[in-house]
Write a protein that binds this ligand. Sequence first.
Ligand SMILES: [Zn+2]
Ligand SMILES: [Zn+2]
Length: 140
Amino acid sequence: MNTIDDLFVTSLKTKGYSVTKPRQIIFDLLDNKEPQSISELVRKSKSQIDRASVYRTLEVFEETEITQRVSNGWKYKVELSDKFQSHHHHLTCRNCGIVIPIEDDKLEDYIENIATGQGFKIVSHQLEIDGYCAKCSTTH
Ligand SMILES: [Zn+2]
Ligand SMILES: [Zn+2]
């Protein structure tokens, strides 16, 4: 087992859950992928698990901090939490829906500095940027 799988099992166990087939399937669908909507996950796992199981699984994943939400307008997508991948933000295209991950140490330092200046200790932060990607911006 590699560390990602270990972390998956441990995250479930500490909250009293075990690895089930639906949980493993959804986890594999999210692993190493860009944020996905619940309907995408339902579609991709349709032949193996029903819709209700996908929802239940995602509830467990949120409780165990295996996934985190990525806001996308008034909807949201889910991705594996920062425990499983390095912390990053996203540029989301309003037209084609492409999600471009951005990792920037200067940005992280800057956010940290803003908070520290207020005597504030950050627990987590989100920064989502939406607009039009290079391909779509020529027509929008
Ligand atoms: Zn686009
Ligand atoms: Zn950040």
